[in-house]
Design a binder for this molecule. Structure first.
Ligand code: SF4
Length: 150
């Protein structure tokens, strides 16, 4: 059995409302990024990062990871949205590995059909140039709209 935890992007999960259906489905089914874990995969918990870093960004991600290691996880996944979007991920991973050397670290939770469309969609969500405001399901279900003059 492998106990796993997932850290996801605050912007995607909290700001844009992702319910993490892809991450959870792949963990439950022991698919793709979860396949290599030994035995049954038990998802212990999920937490977001603490939002985009300040000067103490790394300290904040370590605190979030600690919230999961307190429940005895063997492996930590950085969500696929973090892998696609987070400019701080390399630094986070280095610091998490140093602080929690016993953890197996995995970058990703599920594949994307179209990575570029995902990035473009989230950029539009960050900008919110179209009314009414859109959310991550608009990206996932490919109904997101962009300003006409683009
Ligand atoms: S871009 Fe990186 S630091 Fe910013 S909210 Fe997303 S995961 Fe966190």
């Amino acid at each position: 059995m492998t106990k796993v935890g997932i850290v996801s992007c605050f912007n995607v999960t909290e700001e844009h409302g992702c319910v993490m259906i892809g991450c959870l489905a792949h963990a439950r089914g022991k698919k793709t990024f979860f396949e290599s874990h030994e035995g049954e995969v038990v998802l212990q918990g999920v937490i977001t990062c603490h939002g985009c870093p300040t000067a103490v960004g790394s300290a904040r991600i370590l605190k979030r990871v600690k919230m999961l290691t307190d429940y005895g996880i063997d492996a930590l996944h950085f969500s696929s949205c973090m892998v696609q979007l987070c400019p701080f991920l390399d630094e986070f991973e280095t610091d998490v590995r140093a602080e929690f050397p016993e953890l197996t670290i995995v970058r990703g939770t599920h594949p994307y059909l179209d990575e570029e469309a995902f990035k473009r969609g989230v950029s539009e969500l960050n900008a919110q140039r179209v009314r009414p405001p859109q959310n991550i399901n608009d990206v996932v279900f490919k109904r997101i709209e962009f300003p006409e003059k683009e």
